[in-house]
Write a protein that binds this ligand. Structure first.
Ligand SMILES: *[C@@H]1O[C@H](CO)[C@@H](O)[C@H](O)[C@H]1NC(C)=O
Ligand SMILES: *[C@@H]1O[C@H](CO)[C@@H](O)[C@H](O)[C@H]1NC(C)=O
Ligand SMILES: *[C@@H]1O[C@H](CO)[C@@H](O)[C@H](O)[C@H]1NC(C)=O
Ligand SMILES: *[C@@H]1O[C@H](CO)[C@@H](O)[C@H](O)[C@H]1NC(C)=O
Ligand SMILES: *[C@@H]1O[C@H](CO)[C@@H](O)[C@H](O)[C@H]1NC(C)=O
Ligand SMILES: *[C@@H]1O[C@H](CO)[C@@H](O)[C@H](O)[C@H]1NC(C)=O
Length: 734
C-alpha cells in the first residue's frame, strides 16, 4: 500500500535533484547506488554494450577491478546504461561525460498496494466476441514487475496449454524454494533482482522469484490467471476466478521485496523484459522518474500499464504519468457485502464487512462508544466482551487510522468493532480483525447507534454473518476514494489518468488460496489483461493504438446510464482527472472505429525536453500538445490555441465520421474539418481544434470532450481539460 505523502516525496525528489547538482567536489562520502542513462544502445551485441560500460567506468575510476566491483546492473537490451555504486564525486565526474544523458541516485519504490470480469462484460461462460476472437489471450506474453509469484496456485495451472511461444527468450531463474519445474507453459519465465534491497526485506522473503508477500501473485492472477472454478474467500465473493486474459502467458520479474524495491531493480526488470520478448508490461508500483525505461519498452512495441497511485481523493497526487504509458485509476465493482447489525431495541442497520465467522457474532453483546479508538484514547479501558463503536475521521484514505482503531479495541479486549467511515474501499481490512466482529458503517448509521448507546443503561448489539450481493442493485462503477487524482504534477499538459478499471475488493490468488485486495495495484492488471486480449485480436496494433482504443471507448456512465461518480469528500460526478476517458469497456475497445496512433519516435522528441534530462534538451523540440494522444489538456489557455490530431480508421474501409464537440464550460471549441470521410485511399485524417476563452477570467480546470461518430456503433471520444489563465503566477490548488 502506498503511503499518502506524495507531495512530500515529490519535494524530496526535487531536493535530491538539486542537492546532487550543487554538491561540491571532495567531501568523500559513502557509495550510493546511481543510475547512469546513456540513451539508445549503440551496439547490437549486448556483451559489447556491457564491455563499453565497464571501459567507461574503468577510465573514470582508474582501476578495472574497482569498476567491475562497482557495476551492479548493466542495461543493454532496451537502452544503454548501468547501475553502479559510486561516490558523489564519481557520479559528478560521470555526469560530465558526453555519452551520459543523465545520472541520478536510485530511489526506493513502493507497491500501490472474479467478479470484476463479468462486470466488465467479459463472461467466460458465454464468451463475448472479444474473448473468443482473442482466444482468451492465447499467445500473448504479459510481464509482471512485482513481488514474484506463487507457482502452486491453481490460477497458474497450465493444463491444456500449447508450447511456449518460440519467440520467448527469457529464463527460469531458480533459487530458494523455486526450481526449474516452477516454470511451466503458464509461467514461462521468472527472474529476480536483489540490488539495493535492504537486509530486512530480503530476510522476509525467498531468495528466488517465489512471492512471500502476496502482491505479485494477486496481480499476476488478475491479469492472466487460468480459469479456476469455485473460488471464494470463506464463502464470500464465490465464483469462477480467472484473469482478464486467461490463456495469456506470464513472465515474472520480482523487483520488489516485502513491498519495496528501487530504480535499479525495476529498470533491470524492464531491460530484461524487453530482451525476453514480453508483449505487455504491468507495473503496480509508484515510480516518480526514470521513465526512460518504459519509453524504450514502448518504442519496441511493448504495451506498458501502470497504476495511478492510492493517494486520492486529494488532487494532483498521480504517479506514473509519462505520456507513453497507460495510467490506471481504480473503480468499485457491482458487488457489496451487506452485514446486518441489530440493536437491543430491535432496530437493524446495514453495514459492510468481509466478516465471515458464523460461530461468533450472532448473539447480543455489550455495546460501547470508543471515539477514535486508538490505543491512547482507550488506554486503561476494559472492553472485554464488548462491541465498540469507533469513529474515524479520515479525509483521504488513510488506512493506518483504521488499523490504529482496530489495535486499540483488540488491546482493550474488545470483541467487535463497528467503524464509522467515509469509504468502503478498505473492506479487506476486516480480515485483520482476527475473527472478531468487524463492520464498516457510514456516519448516519453511526450517529443512530451512538444515540442508542447514549440512551440505554446496558446497550447491546448483534451482528449477522455477511452476505454477498452482486449485480445491478449495487451502484457501480464509482471511482474509488483512494484512487489518485489529476492533474499530473510533472506535466499538466498530459491528461492523466488515462482510464479507470476495477480495483476495490478484488478477489485473486494469494499463496495457495484467494484473498481480497484493493488498490490501483489491482486496477492495473485488469487493463494489462484487456490489453493482452486486444493484442491477440489485433496483432499489429501499436501500443498507442491499444491505448487509444481503451481510452476512446471507455464509459462515462454507469450500468443505469447515470454519470459515473467519484467517491471522495465531497462525492461528485467523475471528471477526466478522476478517470481519464472513463471506465474501461473491453468489448467496445475491440472495435473502436478510429484510433489516435503515435510513432514512438515522437515520444522521444517530447521526452528530451520535459523530463529534465540535464543539459541535453534541445528547446526546438516539440511541445507535448503536438503528441497525438487520445486526450487534450491545456493548463494555460490565454487567447487562442490550436491543437492538431490525426485519426486512423481501423473499422470498415468506407466510413463517414462527424465531430460532436462538447466544449469545456467557458471555452469555445472549433473543430475543422467537422466531417471526415474515410475510404480505401484516405485511411487517416488530420483535423485541428481551436480553443478560445469566452471570458477573461483567471479560471479553474473545466472539462469537455470531442467525439467522432459514424452514426452507428462507433463513437470515438477523447476527454479534454482546459484552464484559462490570465496571470502566469497563479497557484491553483484544486
Ligand atoms: C516448485 O519448487 C519447489 C522446490 O524448489 C517444489 O517443492 C514445488 O513443488 C515446486 N512447485 C511446482 C508447482 O512445481
Ligand atoms: C465448492 O466448494 C465448497 C466448499 O469447499 C464445496 O462444498 C462444494 O461442493 C464445491 N462445489 C463445486 C462445484 O466444486
Ligand atoms: C497508558 O496510561 C499509562 C498510565 O496512565 C501510561 O503510563 C501509558 O504511557 C499510557 N499508554 C499509552 C499508549 O498512552
Ligand atoms: C470463529 O469463532 C470461533 C469461536 O470463537 C473460533 O474458534 C474460530 O477460530 C473462528 N474462526 C475464524 C475463521 O476466525
Ligand atoms: C497488419 O498485418 C497484416 C499482415 O501482416 C497486414 O496485411 C495489414 O495491412 C496490417 N494492418 C495494419 C493496420 O498495419
Ligand atoms: C535528445 O536529443 C538529442 C539531440 O536531438 C539526441 O542526441 C539524444 O539522443 C536525445 N535523447 C533522448 C533520450 O532521446
Amino acid at each position: 500500500m502506498a503511503s499518502r505523502l506524495p507531495s512530500f516525496l515529490i519535494i524530496f525528489t526535487f531536493l535530491a535533484f538539486f542537492c546532487f547538482r550543487v554538491m561540491p567536489y571532495g567531501a568523500e562520502a559513502t557509495k550510493k547506488l546511481y543510475i547512469v542513462y546513456m540513451g539508445e544502445r549503440k551496439h547490437e551485441d549486448p556483451q559489447h554494450v556491457t564491455a563499453s560500460h565497464n571501459d567507461m567506468l574503468t577510465s573514470l575510476l582508474e582501476s578495472k577491478e574497482e569498476a567491475l566491483a562497482s557495476i551492479v546492473y548493466s542495461y543493454r537490451h532496451g537502452f544503454s546504461g548501468f547501475a553502479a555504486m559510486l561516490t558523489e564525486s564519481q557520479a559528478k565526474l560521470l555526469a560530465e561525460s558526453p555519452e551520459v544523458i543523465s545520472i541520478r541516485p536510485s530511489r526506493n519504490y513502493q507497491l500501490h498496494t472474479t467478479r470484476s470480469w463479468n462486470f466488465l462484460g467479459l463472461n467466460n461462460v458465454h464468451p463475448t466476441e472479444l474473448l473468443r476472437k482473442s482466444n482468451f489471450g492465447d499467445g500473448v506474453i504479459i510481464g509482471i514487475i512485482d513481488t514474484g509469484i506463487w507457482p502452486e496456485s491453481k490460477s497458474f495451472n497450465d493444463d491444456g496449454y500449447g508450447p511456449t511461444p518460440s519467440r520467448w527468450k527469457g529464463i527460469c531463474q531458480v533459487g530458494e524454494a523455486f526450481d526449474a519445474n516452477n516454470c511451466s507453459r503458464k509461467i514461462i519465465g521468472a527472474r529476480y533482482y536483489t540490488a539495493g534491497i535492504s537486509d530486512r526485506n530480503r530476510k522476509l522473503d525467498f531468495m528466488s522469484p517465489r512471492d512471500a508477500y502476496g502482491h505479485g501473485t494477486h496481480t499476476a492472477s488478475t491479469a492472466a490467471g487460468s480459469i479456476v472454478e469455485n473460488v471464494s474467500f470463506h464463502g464470500l465473493g464465490a465464483g469462477v476466478a480467472r484473469g482478464g486474459a486467461p490463456r495469456a502467458r506470464l513472465a515474472i520479474y520480482k523487483a520488489l521485496w516485502n513491498g519495496g524495491g528501487n530504480t535499479a531493480t525495476v529498470l533491470k526488470a524492464i531491460d530484461d523484459a524487453i530482451h525476453d520478448g514480453v508483449d505487455i508490461l504491468s507495473l503496480s508500483i509508484r515510480v516518480l522518474e526514470e521513465s526512460f525505461g518504459t519509453l524504450h519498452a514502448v518504442a519496441r512495441g511493448i504495451t506498458v500499464v501502470y497504476s495511478a497511485g492510492n493517494d486520492g481523493p486529494v488532487p494532483q497526487t498521480l504517479s506514473n504519468t509519462a505520456p507513453w504509458v497507460i495510467t490506471v485509476a481504480a473503480s468499485t465493482i457491482d458487488r457489496s457485502f451487506p452485514t446486518v447489525i441489530t440493536l437491543g431495541d430491535h432496530r437493524s442497520f446495514v453495514g459492510q464487512s468481509i466478516f465471515y465467522n458464523t460461530t461468533k457474532g450472532t448473539n447480543y453483546k455489550a455495546l460501547a462508544f470508543g471515539g477514535s479508538c486508538n490505543e491512547e484514547s482507550l488506554n486503561g479501558t476494559d472492553l472485554a466482551g464488548t462491541i465498540v463503536l469507533c469513529v474515524v475521521f479520515s479525509v483521504s484514505s488513510d488506512y493506518s487510522l483504521y488499523q490504529d482503531a482496530l489495535k486499540g479495541v483488540l488491546k482493550a479486549g474488545g470483541e467487535g468493532i463497528i467503524m464509522a467511515t467515509y469509504t468502503n474501499n478498505f473492506l479487506e481490512m476486516t480480515e485483520e480483525c482476527k475473527g472478531i466482529t468487524c463492520v464498516f458503517v457510514d456516519f448516519v448509521i453511526a450517529h443512530q447507534i451512538g444515540m442508542y448507546i447514549g440512551s440505554e443503561s446496558a446497550p447491546v448489539a448483534s451482528v449477522k454473518r455477511t452476505s454477498n450481493v452482486i449485480g445491478k442493485e449495487v451502484l457501480a462503477p464509482k471511482v474509488a476514494t483512494f484512487s489518485s487524482r489529476g492533474p499530473s504534477v510533472l506535466d499538466p499538459g498530459v491528461l492523466k489518468p488515462d482510464i479507470a478499471a476495477p480495483g476495490v475488493s478484488i478477489l485473486a490468488a494469494k499463496k495457495n488460496s484467494y484473498a481480497f485486495l484493493s488498490g490501483t495495484s489491482m486496477a492495473c492488471p485488469h487493463v494489462a489483461g484487456v490489453a493482452a486480449l486486444l493484442k491477440s485480436m489485433h496483432p499489429n496494433w501499436s501500443h498507442a493504438a491499444i491505448k487509444s482504443a481503451l481510452v476512446t471507448t471507455a464509459s462515462t456512465t454507469d450500468q443505469h446510464g447515470m454519470p459515473i461518480q467519484a467517491e471522495g469528500l465531497p462525492r461528485k460526478i467523475a471528471d477526466p482527472f478522476d478517470y481519464g476517458g472513463g471506465h474501461i469497456d473491453p468489448n467496445r475497445a475491440a472495435d473502436p472505429g478510429l484510433i489516435y496512433d503515435i510513432d514512438p519516435k515522437d515520444y522521444f522528441k517530447f521526452f528530451n525536453c520535459t523530463l529534465q534530462t540535464f543539459e541535453m534538451c534541445d528547446t526546438k523540440l516539440q511541445h507535448v500538445s503536438y503528441l497525438n494522444l487520445p486526450s487534450i489538456s491545456i493548463p494555460n489557455l490565454k487567447s487562442s490555441l490550436t491543437v492538431w490530431r490525426t485519426v486512423t480508421n481501423v473499422g470498415e474501409v468506407d466510413a463517414v465520421y462527424k465531430a460532436i464537440p462538447e466544449p469545456p464550460p467557458g471555452v469555445q471549441m472549433v473543430v475543422e474539418p467537422s466531417i471526415l470521410v474515410f475510404n480505401a485511399v484516405n485511411k487517416a485524417h488530420t483535423f485541428k481544434i481551436t480553443f478560445k476563452p469566452t471570458s477573461k477570467v483567471q479560471g479553474d480546470y473545466t472539462f469537455g470532450s470531442l467525439t467522432w461518430w459514424d452514426g452507428g456503433v462507433h463513437s470515438v471520444k477523447i476527454p479534454i481539460a482546459v484552464r484559462i489563465v490570465i496571470r502566469d503566477l497563479y497557484a491553483d490548488i484544486a
